[in-house]
Design a protein around this ligand. Structure first.
Ligand code: SF4
Length: 267
């Protein structure tokens, strides 16, 4: 049975924000070209969220017709599995993309959908699947791990995000590591970062494996979507140098990479 025949029988739906082709601006895959599938909904409320438009399910989503042209069509939510496979296939012109990025929002809130969708989209495109996640839903991760090639896991610092998920992060990262999927950890840092929290995060990663790469991502300054009166500020240059040096005494790989897609005026 071909992938196309399979998808026509599926009934599962998902709530999307958008599908488009762009340059990945964060973490281990920085600079690569990806097909982004941005899912709606998130159960966290990070102070620095730059995707707060995903928090609630929008009534419509926008789908790029040709990769990179920003020629969006608008569709009603929810969308069917067969529609999404078709839209991703349409983006997948030869030799352009390195992988498919599942992003949001929190893509794992759509785990049941992903379990059906991922084998079909992989079969249709032959592209690796990369998951960007808040790193706090290990039960849902376990459902989709067999279909993933790599995971970028956020580690939330309470001093920066307002979210504290230490136990969940440890469990989540252990699951990724045990499955041998490629995994890296991303930590957003700002001028309010608590150095003790950073140290604790590095130790949790090291206890699983000190070779797991950590990316410190200085926040792109913004007005907090959760506290409108509060401006989230990037850390000072010397703070970042001190934090990286401290963490490198605990884990092997600590890279500092800002959101490069914003510098390039990408989506
Ligand atoms: S997990 Fe991501 S999408 Fe959800 S609130 Fe935090 S930054 Fe925003």
């Amino acid at each position: 049975m071909t992938a196309k025949t399979t998808v026509t029988t599926a009934t599962t739906n998902a709530r999307l924000v958008e599908v488009f082709s762009a340059i990945q601006g964060e973490g281990l895959n920085v600079g690569t070209r990806q097909i982004f599938i941005r899912f709606a909904l998130c159960d966290l409320r990070c102070h620095f969220c730059d995707s707060s438009n995903t928090w609630n399910a929008p009534t419509t989503c926008r789908i790029e017709r040709y990769p990179g042209l920003r020629d969006f069509e608008v569709y009603s939510n929810p969308v069917t599995l067969s529609m999404l496979v078709e839209w991703v296939e349409r983006q997948n012109i030869p030799q352009l993309h390195d992988s498919i990025s599942l992003t949001g929002g929190e893509p794992l809130l759509h785990a049941s959908f992903l379990v059906e969708f991922l084998p079909q989209v992989r079969s249709a495109t032959k592209l690796p699947i990369y998951l960007e996640t808040g790193g706090h839903r290990s039960e849902q991760l376990a459902m989709v791990l067999p279909y993933l090639d790599s995971v970028g896991m956020d580690f939330k610092l309470e001093s920066v995000s307002g979210e504290k998920r230490l136990v969940e992060h440890a469990r989540f990262l252990q699951l990724c590591y045990d499955s041998q999927v490629e995994v890296f950890v991303k930590i957003i840092v700002s001028s309010s970062t608590d150095v003790e929290e950073l140290k604790q995060a590095a130790q949790i990663v090291a206890d699983i494996n000190p070779s797991i790469p950590i990316f410190l991502q200085p926040v792109t300054p913004l007005i907090s979507p959760t506290h409108a009166e509060k401006e989230i500020m990037a850390p000072e240059p010397d703070q970042v140098l001190v934090w990286q040096a401290m963490m490198k005494r605990i884990v092997k790989h600590v890279r500092v990479v800002p959101q490069t897609h914003k510098m390039l005026n990408q989506l």
